[in-house]
Design a protein around this ligand. Structure first.
Ligand code: APR
Length: 169
């Protein structure tokens, strides 16, 4: 059973095997957490992303972590759903981001993975609903990943993630 932790901080400072970024379909980098990760990993990340993209919403694709310090070896790029009110399959796409990212982590033999709160920023997905989907999906996936760290950048997101985790016991 994967151990899930909720932490408050900057995901680019996480000491894990793989860091997940909330990308856009081009994988060329953007703002938010994607921008922070691209700044930390250096310009090779955008070149590597451009070489394997585009990435469909709900899909996940790996690249090396380039200038990020060890132990981080991989960046897993996933594209969340743009929130359009909840009636356009957004929940399923978000769940797929977590599921596919863990499957890619398994392919990489990554044992520790850090996730941001995918889609809850620019893409507007409600944080409480996203937190519940994240926890439920991570719990439902059979994976060799031993530890998942859900990295919140603000206290509101941290509180939502902690509440969702507590609700699953
Ligand atoms: N560490 C951890 N979390 C962060 C960091 C960081 N350094 N910076 C931002 N975040 C948080 C945001 O506060 C938010 O809770 O990441 C979460 C996701 O927000 P976004 O980065 O806006 O991602 P998303 O909502 O999925 O939108 C993706 O935004 O940056 C563009 O290229 C990206 O087009 C894509 C879209």
């Amino acid at each position: 059973m994967v151990a899930i932790e909720v932490v408050l901080g900057d995901i680019t400072r996480e000491d894990v095997d793989a860091i997940v970024t909330a990308a856009n379909e081009s994988l060329l980098g953007g703002g938010g957490v994607d921008g922070a990760i691209h700044r930390a990993a250096g310009p090779r990340l955008a070149r590597a992303g451009g070489a394997i993209g585009p990435c469909e919403p709900g899909e996940a694709m790996p690249t090396p972590a380039f200038d990020l310090d060890p132990p981080v070896r991989h960046i897993i790029h996933t594209v969340g759903p743009v929130w359009e009110g909840g009636g356009h399959g957004e929940d399923d796409v978000l769940a797929s981001c977590y599921r596919r990212s863990l499957q890619v982590a398994d392919e990489l033999d990554a044992r520790t993975v850090a996730f941001p709160a995918i889609a809850t920023g620019v893409y507007g997905f409600p944080a409480e609903r996203a937190a519940q989907i994240a926890i439920a999906t991570i719990r439902s996936v059979s994976t060799n990943v031993q530890q998942v760290r859900l990295v919140a950048f603000d206290e509101g997101t941290r509180d939502q993630l902690q509440a969702a985790l507590a609700a699953t016991g």
